[in-house]
Design a binder for this molecule. Structure first.
Ligand code: HEC
Length: 109
């Protein structure tokens, strides 16, 4: 019986997952992309966020996540596929990057 449950449960989880809309999926990927959420640095809407202010050698500096809602797909893709200063390295698939891109650029379709 236990074995049967073990076999059936993943099917239920999979079925339930397919009921979320594309937008809900994109939103959850944005907040939880197998690593620190994009929203933590780029803001809930991707319009950018001031993450921290600090003083280095007597100079006040800012750590900001830039606005990522006005980019071409190539720039967007490359930022997520290569290491950038200040930006964590993610291991997202092309489909996932496309989902995030569409999510952040949906007004301009
Ligand atoms: C720890 C903070 C942080 C997190 C989390 C983060 N980013 Fe960034 N991101 C940055 C910073 C800082 C830059 C600017 C880096 C640079 O200019 O070299 C950046 C740059 C970018 C750029 C390039 C912008 C441009 O104009 O070239 C894109 C696209 C981007 N991030 C998307 C994302 C996405 C999507 C996620 C989630 C999967 C994410 N970022 C998570 C901090 C972050």
């Amino acid at each position: 019986m236990k074995l049967l449950l073990l076999l059936i449960t993943p099917i239920y989880i999979f079925a339930a997952a397919s009921f979320i809309t594309e937008d809900e999926y994109a939103s959850s990927l944005y907040k939880n992309p197998r690593g620190i959420g994009c929203d933590k640095c780029h803001g809930a809407d991707g319009k950018g966020l001031l993450v921290a202010k600090y003083v280095s050698n007597g100079v006040t500096k800012e750590f900001k996540g830039p606005d990522i809602t006005e980019l071409g797909f190539k720039v967007f893709y490359e930022a997520l596929d290569t290491r950038k200063s200040g930006m964590p390295r993610y291991f997202l698939t092309k489909d996932e990057i496309e989902t995030l891109y569409k999510y952040l650029h949906k007004e301009k379709k």
